[in-house]
Design a protein around this ligand. Structure first.
Ligand code: MOS
Length: 753
């Protein structure tokens, strides 16, 4: 661990783990006790006086208009305070769509309940408010709606036939070409050219979306389950014609997000209804409601074509395809992104198209793009390895690039070959028989597979932190950031502790409230670096203030901020150990109860200077029943290269959670979309199958632990990489076990019979 912590990034403190004690320690979750004791209050649990409960009625057609809408029986039902439809909903501006402005957070740009038009099967057509949830649910069932239907685009095949280029794919062009990849493919001695398909998915967070909202005069208070506090506030301000300072969003606990906990129509409708009745409103979506009005991962059809020489090196790498999207959102599922950075090739053709479908807006879901893109790319590499009789790990070693193969930038930190080597040794890869269907125990065919995991390093612009030190030596760090179960509060307490040179038990990290300095969204696995950068900047500001307060009587007298470092609950000269004064002493002499500093994080310039990505090697062993086709994942190991690990306990949990979601992606999960009606057919966890305990073996997690010298603290976000590569590792293991190559997910038993 010799790499500097903060090269390419303004150094603030010496975060040398041999000197400071917190980063890298397995600190248990600071929010754990409150959750276990039931004291953590989620959005649907906030009690407000005089509160009403909301229920929604969802359209049953995909496209057309509401013809008749009879609400009279519902209005007369017990406990009903309001039935809101497009006829009486207040005028609201359409949500500003994600990426159209820095703080835009709308998952869709469609106006919400402003007219009789229907855009997807499941769109809310009425909202009922009643004194109890049961009364609201009952009254909602009494509303009669008839429709005039219009032809809808529901068939992926038909829409894909005239698919279009999206304007951009996460800000990048939809087509990237280097050389003439089709010609190189045609001329190659060895080739793989295959179509891979993945279905729609639901995030299936354990906490359904919910909000408890109230108006206080012209001020709006929203208790939300969100992973984007500031974007939600900004976007709501636009919808309701408010200033941002009139809105306060609280979101201290979120029961899982994975990309889904953004701004959908339910918060907007609840706020509108609360305005009409001038009472607080709670809206908690049913699980079915989550499927109807919050989108998930979209379906993909991908072509991967590899043209290779006999030694496995690539003359051509082609990854193209089409996803289902809507005309009112921009989430094209960036499945080509892994191929931009992973392997050396002489020529590339990477192209994304979208097919317009009338459906709920699809959205980000844990490693959007990379999770399903690696399924196709890493399956194809396995097919090539087999065709060339080269070990799949050896093939990847031979095509390891020296620099980013499409941007030409140097990698900031890349130890993929090491991750493979460590994983192979620990998993026992050498014992794998490369001949498919060669290992059998009774009815069970056993095989091993491997695949690369990858996810970009992102740090979002914006974000600020405030640090308050009190004279008893306690530090409070505030930033409107998010804890949705991933360990942010814990890891950031450790970051702040090391930044300030205090023990983590003397740090409180506060988050989840827009009254705090603004945070960036918890997305793109970026939050860890974004918070750390802001906390480091605020520390720099705090150090300057402390030196001023210390004055001439202090052992620190005359020192400049860059000559001192926080340590041992105080400031010390970087080279002269004796020149030290504790925070308590500085504050006491100055007669201060506390000192507070706030600073903005510097712009994230590090990403433009290097190719910054995380990597991993996923190892899977499966047992496939030769008679029933049932697949059991019997062993799994993830070997990751994601910079410095801030907390091994919460990190392991993040990696494991991603892998479990990847096992679902590989074997069981599919949001079924009826192409006749546009209706989602399995809107419940009884019929949408996430892995349960018996589906998941012990998952072994290891990492290279090499700090990225260009990232704040040397750390990368790790929320999403765990799911990437998993589906291919499982599919490749199934091929090794059975000789069957399945190219469409999920790999259910019928496909193996
Ligand atoms: Mo993530 S899909 O950026 O929460």
């Amino acid at each position: 661990m010799t790499a500097p912590d903060t090269v390419g990034y303004t150094p603030v403190t010496t975060l040398d783990p041999t000197k400071h004690g917190s980063i890298g320690n397995a600190l248990p979750r600071v929010d754990g006790p409150r959750k276990v004791r039931g004291e953590a209050r989620f959005a649907a649990e906030v009690p407000l006086d005089n509160m009403l409960y909301a229920a929604l009625v969802y359209s049953t057609i995909a496209r057309g208009r509401i013809a008749t809408l009879d609400t009279s029986t519902a209005e007369a039902a017990p406990g009903v305070a309001l039935v809101m439809t497009h006829r009486n909903a207040p005028a609201m501006a359409p949500p500003a769509l994600f990426f159209t402005e820095p703080l835009a957070g709308g998952a869709s740009s469609l106006p919400v309940m402003q007219d009789a038009a229907i855009h997807w099967n499941g769109e809310p057509v009425a909202l009922v408010l009643a004194e109890t949830q049961d009364q609201a649910d009952h009254a909602a069932s009494l509303i009669d709606v008839t429709y005039e239907t219009e032809p809808a685009s529901l068939s992926f095949d038909q829409a894909a036939a005239h698919a279009r280029h999206p304007d951009n794919v996460m800000g990048e062009p939809p087509l990237l070409e280097i050389g003439d990849a089709e010609a190189a493919l045609a001329a190659a001695t060895h080739k793989v050219d295959r179509i891979y398909e993945t279905p729609r998915h639901s995030h299936a967070a354990i906490e359904p979306h919910a909000a408890t909202v109230m108006w206080d005069g012209d001020k709006l208070i929203v208790h939300d389950a969100t992973q984007m506090l500031n974007a939600t506030r900004w976007t709501l301000a636009g919808i309701f014609g408010l200033r941002e300072d009139q809105i306060r969003i609280h979101s201290p606990f979120v029961g899982g997000g994975f990309g889904s906990k953004g701004l959908w129509s339910h918060q907007i409708l609840a706020i509108a209804a609360a305005k009409l009745v001038a009472r607080p409103v709670r809206i908690g979506l049913t699980r079915g409601g989550v499927f109807r009005i919050t989108g998930g991962r979209t379906t993909t059809r991908q072509r991967v074509a590899l043209g290779a020489r006999p030694d496995g090196t690539l003359a051509a790498l082609i990854h193209t395809g089409t996803v289902a999207m809507t005309t009112h959102n921009n989430c094209p599922e960036q499945f080509t992104f892994p191929a931009k950075h992973l392997y050396a090739a002489d020529s590339f053709r990477l192209e994304q198209r979208v097919a317009d479908i009338d459906m709920v807006a699809n959205t980000f879901m844990r490693a959007p793009g990379e999770s399903v893109g690696t399924f196709a790319l890493e399956s194809a590499l396995d097919e090539l390895a087999e065709a060339l009789s080269i070990d799949p790990i050896e093939l990847r070693r031979r095509i390891e690039p020296e620099k980013d193969p499409t941007s030409g930038l140097a990698f900031s930190s890349r130890h993929l070959v090491e991750a493979y080597a460590k994983g192979a040794e620990r998993f026992g890869w050498a014992s794998r028989n490369p001949v498919p269907r060669s290992r059998r125990e009774g009815e069970w065919l056993i095989g091993m597979g491997v695949a690369t995991a990858t996810y970009p390093y992102y740090r979002m612009p914006g974000g600020a932190a405030r640090i308050t030190l009190t004279k008893d030596g306690h530090a409070r760090v505030e930033m409107a950031s998010h804890e949705m179960g991933m360990g942010t509060a814990t890891a950031q307490a450790q970051v702040a502790a090391d930044c300030l040179g205090v023990a983590p038990e003397h740090v409180t990290f506060e988050y989840g409230d827009t009254a705090m300095p603004s945070g960036t969204l918890a997305g793109g696995s970026s939050q860890t670096a974004s918070i750390a950068a802001a906390v480091a900047a605020a520390t720099r500001e705090l150090v300057a203030q402390l030196l001023q307060l210390a004055g001439n009587a202090s052992p620190l007298a005359g020192l400049q901020p860059d000559q001192v470092e926080p340590r041992d609950a105080g400031l010390g000269h970087r080279e002269q150990p004796a020149r030290f004064e504790s925070y308590a002493s500085i504050l006491a002499r100055a007669g201060r109860e506390q000192v507070s500093a706030q600073a903005d994080a510097p712009m994230p310039t590090e990403m433009g200077e290097h190719s910054m990505h995380s990597y991993g090697a996923q190892f899977c062993e499966v047992r496939v029943n030769a008679i029933t086709g049932e697949t059991r994942v019997s062993r799994f190991l993830g070997s990751f290269d994601t910079g410095r690990i801030l907390n091994p306990l919460t990190a392991t949990s993040q990696f494991r959670g991603g892998i479990i979601m990847g096992i679902g992606l590989a074997l069981t999960e599919e949001t079924q979309f009826d192409e006749r009606s546009g209706r989602i057919m399995n809107p419940s966890l009884a019929e949408y199958h996430v892995p349960a305990h018996l589906d998941v073996p012990h998952i072994d997690i290891i990492w290279t632990g090499r700090p990225d010298p260009h990232a704040p603290l040397g750390a990368h976000g790790i929320g999403e990489i765990g799911i990437t590569g998993v589906a291919a590792a499982v599919a490749n293991a199934i091929h090794n076990a059975t000789g069957r190559r399945i190219r469409d997910l999920p790999i259910t038993l019928d496909k193996l019979l």
